[in-house]
Ligand binder design. Structure first.
Ligand code: SF4
Length: 370
């Protein structure tokens, strides 16, 4: 039978897919790979009595390994690929002057909203797949030949803060040769349930590290989980002289934090560019109407459907309030500060991927609109 978790607010019934995870890890013909989104690591702990923002990534990896997942990777690694591709696209559009402003594409809640409400702006949305989808496509390609030889099937599981990510994997553009790039999405709440179902005592887990070669991310890839993070990552990538952390605190002050609409101007690619960061669909709706009315102008707009960004996604532990959003975001910025790699294009593993399997398969990273 199918297990179902009921949304405690009574608003929605979310399909719980933990049974599919159990089936996959018990099937010897499957290579089971998990990716973990940045926002999960600063919120899952709340399900086990820890404070919001407390980073539990080592224990999350250990829990997935205990459950039987073969390889555990970091979605922030794929976010580094997204940053590189999206900055390139942004510079191209600044040069041609076409399809500006460029809207971000990593939030499926926002993409669906735009499709329904503002279909005429779809050409302004980045062609970059979201990090979850880039990762799925790369993993399936990476294991294609080995899987054939070993007679194994690769199952890609995503641990996401987000219920919209479940719908994203089913979209037509994310299936290739009859295979989905990502097979199963479980939310942070479902992961907590999975850990409890397995009888694992979270507090007693010994921390582990991500697997290689997709387990290393820059700090930029990690802050994707908070509102303003994508903007900060893209701008950082485009800056020739990388600011140190105290300079970043000043430079990006206006794009961080929980205000509904944030604005900033940056000097990148030889131009002064106007940026807006918006989160929550009501604020997004208002902003787009003002842009259409000619009341505002921007070159780059980051949109996240959830107020606060993915740290407060629909699959994250509840209850949630502004203070907790700030604490979770703080957890991500702390990881950025302590990261060895300061900017996405400095990630050596991403660079090696670009030189190898992505050399002739660059289209794996983009949505090709028909
Ligand atoms: Fe999902 Fe919300 Fe993040 Fe959008 S902002 S990707 S809907 S969690």
């Amino acid at each position: 039978g199918q297990c179902r978790a009921v949304c405690p607010t009574g608003a929605i019934i979310i399909k719980n897919e933990n049974h599919r995870v159990w089936e996959a890890v018990h099937d010897k013909s499957k290579r089971v790979i998990a990716q973990i989104a940045p926002a999960v690591r600063v919120a899952l702990g709340e399900e086990f009595g820890l404070n919001p923002g407390e980073v539990t990534i080592g224990k999350i990896i250990a829990a997935l390994k205990t459950i039987g997942v073969d390889e555990v990777y970091d979605t922030a690694f794929a976010a580094d690929m997204t940053v590189i591709e999206e900055s390139k696209e942004f510079v191209e559009r600044l040069t041609s002057g076409e399809h500006l402003p460029l809207f971000t594409s990593c939030c499926p809640g926002w993409v669906k909203f735009a499709e329904n409400k503002f279909p005429d702006i779809m050409d302004n949305i980045s062609t970059c797949k979201s990090p979850q989808q880039m990762f799925g496509a790369v993993i399936k390609e990476y294991y294609k030949e080995v899987s054939k030889k070993e007679g194994k099937e690769t199952v890609m599981i995503s641990v996401m803060p987000c219920t919209a990510k479940k719908a994203e994997i089913a979209r037509e553009e994310f299936q290739h040769e009859g295979m989905r790039d990502v097979d199963i999405v479980i939310t942070t709440q479902e992961l907590a349930l999975l850990i409890k179902e397995a009888g694992i005592i979270f507090a007693q887990l010994e921390e582990e590290a991500f697997d290689m070669p997709f387990g290393l991310a820059s700090g930029s890839g990690i802050i994707f989980g908070a509102t303003g993070g994508v903007t900060e990552a893209v701008v950082t990538r485009l800056l020739k002289d990388k600011p140190d952390h105290s300079a970043k605190d000043v430079l990006f002050k206006n794009v961080r934090g929980m205000e509904n609409l944030k604005e900033a101007t940056f000097n990148v690619a030889g131009k002064e560019v106007k940026v807006a960061v918006v989160h929550g669909l009501k604020s997004t709706d208002e902003l787009i109407k003002q842009i259409k009315a000619g009341e505002r102008y921007y070159d780059f707009i980051e949109v996240m459907a959830c107020p606060g960004g993915c740290i407060a996604g629909g699959g994250q532990p509840i209850p949630i309030n502004t203070e907790m959003r700030k604490e979770r975001a703080k957890g991500l910025y702390k990881l950025d500060r302590t990261s060895h790699i300061k900017s996405s294009e400095k990630n050596p593993l991403v660079l090696s991927l670009f030189e190898n399997i992505l050399k002739d398969n660059h289209e794996l990273l983009h949505v090709h609109k028909k």
